[in-house]
Design a protein around this ligand. Structure first.
Ligand SMILES: *[C@@H]1O[C@H](CO)[C@@H](O)[C@H](O)[C@H]1NC(C)=O
Ligand SMILES: *[C@@H]1O[C@H](CO)[C@@H](O)[C@H](O)[C@H]1NC(C)=O
Ligand SMILES: *[C@@H]1O[C@H](CO)[C@@H](O)[C@H](O)[C@H]1NC(C)=O
Ligand SMILES: *[C@@H]1O[C@H](CO)[C@@H](O)[C@H](O)[C@H]1NC(C)=O
Ligand SMILES: *[C@@H]1O[C@H](CO)[C@@H](O)[C@H](O)[C@H]1NC(C)=O
Length: 740
């Protein structure tokens, strides 16, 4: 390994250096420190005046950086039926399997997933703290030679159940990080590749290669597990994504670890320059010219208002839920309950919620680009790609962190530190309010409540892109799922330095560029992002129905009213899955309620939660285009299926090179009964992205969200008795004391 290559790669996500780092420092931790718990004793609060009085000093140098909470995972034991596998349990699974006949063959084997096999839903729902846990089992996906296997391992009895072994369905498991790393290094073993690079005048030590899932196009794949590899120049920049070696694509076999094919369609295209591509604070030439903001943070002198019991059970205000990291989904929220202020009872809202799959098709059909149709969860592992969060900037100072425990390809457990953060947010928003207007003659009346929320956050850096996933809980019973997109565009090299050079035909139409020129020789290619959420809502228990509350224009009878029309609601309860396939439309608006018809409020409304869409996008690809068939779970924005433990991954369990025959769309078309059943709602949040110059060299975050909002769930406003803010309660390092 060239030292220079390694130091460049060190900044990356998917590299051999990184893998070595991960597996060799499996349980090491940063030294511990806690959040600000007492304003008068906190060093930061105490240094406030120093910070504000010496404006010339660089502020960042004075701020002690919070370090992750120290936690010794080696002795972790599970406390809840849904707790992820511990270090000890993964080691046990590994040792059980090492003596199993399946792994005795000399054929190479790798573990693509070792996670908790969740106990049956009823067992989990009925389990009570203090009672024994249901049997702990691991669900394992392995490859032995050219076969995939699905197994469950009973950790206490050592019994190995070959659930599906070998797997006959098309498609392959998630790549391991080790495989991704092997692909990034493979090109350098190929003399032709070296020659091609050198012939472009590029120094081999400046080249970084990147594994790109190859989609499935029913042509060259046969029974091979393939990946495409494309390369970039790091010369003069850490932002190598902006310096593509355009058109050079290698085809790599992930099993036999061989380069099968090299295509080069971009010899005439220059590698874009490195100027202005660096985004590191330390390297920005103009940063002192911007008017700086004063330091800002939230203080919680008495500590946070939430607790995380037994490492995974979050309790805050009226909410309680189980939180765990997952290598495929990123993070999983389970057994979500909300406390009802009227009945003093904790009521079930959602059994399980997570990001089931992502679909990211690029809109350039040319040779070096057509295959870029990523499924980030099923191909790369949305959780495997979640890097440690950066305290103070990824999450505010009052955040606490949770580590992920995952298994490497050889089954060894490792710790992904600070993968999730949990914090309370007070963004200056209002929970509810009213001011009485003096024209009514009422005495002055102003009643306001601040809105404080709880945020659970994870950021997955799937190669160039960064997905920020937030679940936000409000005290009024609302849950918001929010997706933020940042990171770096996947760009295309071009001979054009300026729009005025783009060729035009006789009619004056510009040549198709498939995107926007962002900088000299750089095109940002148009693409979509779809994030499909699995939402197993259990409103007051599992027996639920999905009701489309359709808003309809009604005409008045002639002479009935000075009005010609009004709007009313027409409710349709979905009987079968096809009634639950929803395409959103502004001109045919509806609310989408998940109700429990067996439970009504005092005045007789069924209790419910509604799915509230916000800005989103729908795929325009041909339904028969192979990427769209594989991504058919994005054909509707909402789907409703009956609960089935085997149907959790919208793109199929084996997404890599899948053919689209095990997707949510296929399941839903079985048209099973969904009325008064345990149902799962699937919501897809979409983005069309036409890149613009502001996205260069790194993108300001763009976000969208959807809500799960109570609808006739509570008897009244559940935060009527919330407390207002009072000055005397607030920390001394508040905004008011700055001028002092
Ligand atoms: C951590 O990894 C090293 C090397 O991979 C291994 O020897 C060690 O046993 C691991 N630690 C634990 C606690 O499993
Ligand atoms: C905060 O710190 C002060 C001074 O160190 C101490 O007197 C006080 O008891 C602390 N308060 C809390 C709530 O810990
Ligand atoms: C290609 O170049 C790299 C970097 O200089 C070198 O390590 C490798 O051995 C070369 N590969 C071949 C097959 O010559
Ligand atoms: C759910 O509904 C089914 C069918 O309507 C009924 O048989 C069952 O008892 C219900 N279960 C609960 C927990 O209410
Ligand atoms: C549960 O899902 C699996 C996988 O899609 C399917 O084979 C099975 O038929 C489903 N069961 C029911 C009852 O729908």
């Amino acid at each position: 390994m060239e030292p220079k290559l390694c130091s460049g790669l060190f900044l990356l996500i998917v590299t051999a250096c990184f893998i070595l780092l991960l597996t060799s420092t499996n349980f090491s931790h940063e030294p511990s420190s806690t959040y600000c718990t007492n304003s008068s004793s906190s060093p930061l609060c105490a240094s406030r005046n120093f910070l504000f009085n010496k404006k010339t000093r660089p502020i960042t140098k004075n701020v002690p950086k919070p370090k992750p909470k120290n936690h010794d995972h080696v002795s972790d034991t599970p406390n809840h039926p849904l707790d992820p596998l511990t270090v000890m349990e993964i080691n046990k699974v590994r040792s059980i399997l090492s003596s199993h006949a399946l792994f005795a063959s000399p054929a190479p084997h790798s573990f693509h997933s070792i996670v908790l096999e969740e106990p049956d839903k009823n067992l989990v729902r009925q389990w009570e703290k203090g009672t024994t846990l249901p049997p702990r089992k691991a669900s394992v996906i392995a490859r032995v030679g050219a076969d995939s296997h699905v197994l469950t391992v009973d950790i206490s009895t050592s019994y190995v159940d070959l659930v599906d072994s070998p797997v006959h369905a098309p498609g392959y498991p998630i790549m391991t990080l080790e495989e991704m790393a092997s692909a990034t290094w493979a090109p350098f073993t190929n003399e032709d590749f070296n020659r091609t690079i050198l012939s472009r005048g590029v120094d081999l030590t400046d080249v970084i290669c990147f594994p790109i899932s190859s989609g499935w196009f029913d042509n060259k794949e046969g029974n091979r597990r393939l990946i495409k590899i494309q390369c970039f120049s790091t010369q003069g920049t850490v932002n190598f994504y902006m310096r593509p070696i355009e058109g050079l694509t290698l085809l790599f076999d992930l099993d036999i670890k061989q380069i099968l094919e090299t295509t080069d369609t971009g010899r005439s295209i220059p590698i874009p320059g490195s100027t202005n591509t660096d985004y590191r604070f330390s390297n920005l030439p103009n940063r002192d010219k911007t008017r700086p903001l004063n330091p800002i943070s939230i203080e919680q002198p008495r500590g946070p208002s939430f607790v995380i019991e037994d490492n995974h059970l979050v309790k805050w205000a009226n909410w309680e839920f189980h939180l765990k990291p997952d290598p495929r989904a990123g993070l999983v929220i389970s057994t979500v309950k909300v406390h009802d202020p009227d009945t003093e009872v904790s009521r079930e809202v959602m059994y399980k919620g997570f990001v089931s799959e992502l679909f990211v098709p690029y809109m350039d059909p040319s040779e070096a680009w057509y295959f870029k149709t990523y499924m980030d969860a099923g191909e790369y592992g949305f959780g495997l790609q979640a890097m440690p969060l950066e305290p103070l900037n990824d999450c505010p100072r009052n955040a606490v962190y949770m580590d992920g425990i995952f298994a490497a390809a050889d089954g060894t457990p490792y710790v992904r530190e600070n993968m999730i953060c949990v914090f309370e947010r007070y963004a200056g928003d209002i929970g509810w309010r009213h001011s009485e207007n003096p024209v009514t003659g009422m005495p002055p009346l102003r009643e306001v409540r601040p809105k404080v929320t709880l945020v659970v956050r994870m950021v997955s850096s799937v190669g160039n892109y960064d997905y920020i996933i937030d679940y936000e809980f409000q005290t009024d019973g609302l849950m918001r799922a929010k997706v933020g997109l940042s990171g770096i565009l996947m760009v295309k090299g071009t001979t054009y330095k300026n729009k005025n050079q783009v060729k035009k035909d006789k009619e004056g139409n510009e040549e198709e560029l498939y995107g926007t020129i962002l900088s000299e020789n750089v095109i940002g290619v148009i693409h979509d992002h779809y994030v499909t959420f699995y939402l197993d809502l259990d409103v007051d228990g599992p027996n639920n129905s999905f009701v489309k509350v359709n808003l309809k224009r009604q005409q008045t009878e002639p002479g009935e009213s000075p009005r010609k029309s009004y709007m009313n609601v027409v409710k349709n309860t979905a009987k079968t899955e096809k009634d639950g396939q929803i395409k959103l439309s502004l001109y045919d608006p509806s609310e989408y309620h998940v109700i429990n018809s067996g439970k009504t409020t005092r005045v007789g409304n069924p209790t419910g939660y509604k799915v509230v869409p916000r800005a989103t996008a729908a795929s325009l690809l041909d339904r028969d285009d192979l990427p769209q068939k594989r991504g058919a779970f994005t054909n509707n924005q909402i789907w409703v299926t009956p609960y089935n433990k085997s149907e959790q991954w919208a793109g199929g369990l084996f997404t890599y090179q899948s053919h689209g025959d095990d997707t949510l769309a296929v399941w839903s078309n079985r048209d099973r009964d969904i009325e008064n059943k345990d149902i799962v709602v699937w919501y897809t949040l979409g983005f069309h992205h036409i890149p613009c110059q502001e996205d260069f060299p790194i993108m300001p975050t763009v976000s969208s969200s959807f809500d799960l909002k109570p609808v006739n769930f509570f008897e009244r406003n559940p935060i009527l008795s919330a407390t207002p803010n009072f000055e005397h309660d607030l920390p001394v390092c508040g905004a008011g004391s700055v001028s002092a």
